[in-house]
Design a protein around this ligand. Sequence first.
Ligand code: TYD
Length: 213
Amino acid sequence: MARRGTFITLEGVDGAGKSTQVLMLVERLRAAGAEVVSLREPGGTPISEKIRSLILDRANAEMAPECELLLFEAARAQLVCEVIEPALERGATVVCDRFYDSTHAYQAGARGMDDALVTRANELGSCGVVPDITIVLDMEPECAFMRAEGRGEHDRMEAEGLAFQQRVCEDYRALAEREPARVRLVDAMGTADEVAVRIDAELVAAGTGAAYE
Ligand code: TYD
């Protein structure tokens, strides 16, 4: 099946400024004339949004790691089938705030689930769809944690604390070393505009600058 669109994912620890950068990137791509589908994980379809509420609800403190993993994958599979694959097929640029690298960083890296098991689960949940480029917003976990703390209300994942976020951060850095062609670490310190320029430079260097044409 010929895939004509470009699939861009953004990753990072909680508080690294991902949501702001996703908004700004989507604006730039749209201004350049691309059809852009902007999504966030978990979520993006009615079924996936229901699963999101289950996952993030702090009342579900007893949730088993296996249940959590499978819920993330279930939400993702529905998003891929219902939205991402059709969008890529018609040539759109898809920008997704988190994708399967989050599952590796959080459920394997931070939660400690088996690496191979999580990788296999990711293959199932993503229905074989691989991002063309993944931008990891990299920041010292202490700084990101302070920022996320400042936002007040914490969901079930954010409530895990600093040590958890440190493991997430380490897993992302290891990922960028393992898959340098797809995964680019971008320094997330500085103003939003400065970070946006760094992201653009990576997109162009990776050849995904075509998304701007
Ligand atoms: P969200 O409010 O979207 O966080 P953020 O704005 O930081 O992206 O909540 C998603 C949370 O779920 C976040 O803490 C990361 C976590 N997560 C996983 O643990 N595994 C996953 O596969 C995904 C997609 C997210």
